[in-house]
Ligand binder design. Structure first.
Ligand SMILES: [Fe+2]
Length: 128
């Protein structure tokens, strides 16, 4: 089981190489629109905010997974070269249907060289 690296705000990190390492491996969650019970909700997960990650055969983002608390909701698998072997922000939009009162969204990104990276949780109230 690979270690799970939790997101650290890169403004608190001094070394440039470490900022790059953390940012390019971190999933960032964005929810489009308002969450309403029983209605489809688009949840975007993008890897890296300021720094991009390689898309090489031996080093790429292989998967992006979305959880609601401890429940896995969705996962996408990526293949090396899908992004033209160019340094990129891997990105996916999951369409989910919330049924509870709130969502506690957490994303994981898996890098083939640097393991699992966890986003900060995003709590969303679901209109009933
Ligand atoms: Fe990596």
């Amino acid at each position: 089981m690979p270690k799970i690296n939790k997101y650290v705000d890169i403004d608190t990190v001094e070394r440039e190489a470490k900022k790059d390492l953390i940012d390019r491996h971190s999933p960032f969650i964005t929810v489009e629109g308002e969450a309403k019970k029983g209605e489809m909700l688009a949840v975007n997960v993008k890897m890296g905010k300021e720094y991009t990650h390689p898309d090489d055969l031996d080093h790429y983002i292989e998967s992006i997974t979305l959880f609601n608390g401890e429940t896995k909701l969705a996962m996408t698998t990526l293949v090396a070269g899908a992004l033209g072997n160019a340094k990129s922000h891997s990105e996916v939009t999951f369409n989910i249907r919330p049924m509870g009162k709130k969502l506690n969204l957490i994303a994981h990104g898996y890098c083939t060289k640097h393991g699992i990276w966890e986003s900060t949780p995003v709590e969303i109230a679901v209109a009933q």
